[in-house]
Design a protein around this ligand. Structure first.
Ligand code: MN3
Length: 201
């Protein structure tokens, strides 16, 4: 079955004032929509047309050579944005608790130190891409990826990621990517992140 854009699990304006409604609408309907359409077009007629997105992204080298770039970018975009929408919600933010909180503290020193390092990864990503908290098989780590590359293609499990493409913030924050990253923390659904952590740790 071809990929499809999942419905947002909240309204376009639900993340106001941290992420504005028009950005959410364009980002979800137009940007994510284009990734899905382009990924489906690239895979149509190949033996990969009905393959799940995670399997496609961990098998890029096995795809037809003339499809690899389009699939890497567009199936990657589909995967990354699906994870992104699920990782946010209205009235969220704050800090995780339980095992995830303990792992963050033991890995990064404190939650504030973790926030500073993830922000630095996002600010430091030149051009377009993502900053991620991942599980690397033995513990937590922060990575960033260019474009729509994603941790699963590198054998890492993404727990939460933040989109630092200009389309994710430019209408409200213009060139102020650091301000967008500061505001984004208020949207993070830590219960969802903790479920991902529990599944892999
Ligand atoms: Mn995006």
């Amino acid at each position: 079955m071809a990929f499809s854009v999942p419905d947002l699990p909240y309204a376009f304006d639900a993340l106001e004032p941290h992420i504005d409604a028009l950005t959410m609408e364009i980002h979800h309907d137009k940007h994510h929509g284009a990734y899905v359409a382009n990924a489906n077009a690239a895979l149509a007629g190949t033996e990969w047309a009905d393959t799940g997105v995670e399997q496609v992204l961990t098998s890029l080298a096995s795809l037809p050579a003339d499809k690899q770039a389009a699939v890497r970018n567009n199936a990657g975009g589909h995967y990354n944005h699906t994870l992104f929408w699920e990782s946010m919600g209205p009235g969220k933010g704050g800090e995780p608790d339980g095992a995830l909180a303990e792992a963050i503290a033991s890995t990064f020193g404190s939650f504030a130190d973790f926030q500073a390092q993830l922000k630095a990864a996002g600010v430091g990503r030149f051009g377009s891409g993502w900053a991620w908290l991942v599980h690397n098989g033995s513990g937590l780590a922060i990575v960033s990826t260019p474009n729509q590359d994603n941790p699963i293609s590198d054998g890492l499990t993404p727990l939460v990621g933040v989109d630092v493409w200009e389309h994710a913030y430019y209408l409200k924050y213009q060139n102020r990517r650091p301000d967008y990253l500061d505001a984004w923390w208020n949207t993070v659904n830590w219960a969802v992140v903790a479920e991902r952590f529990a599944a892999v740790s």
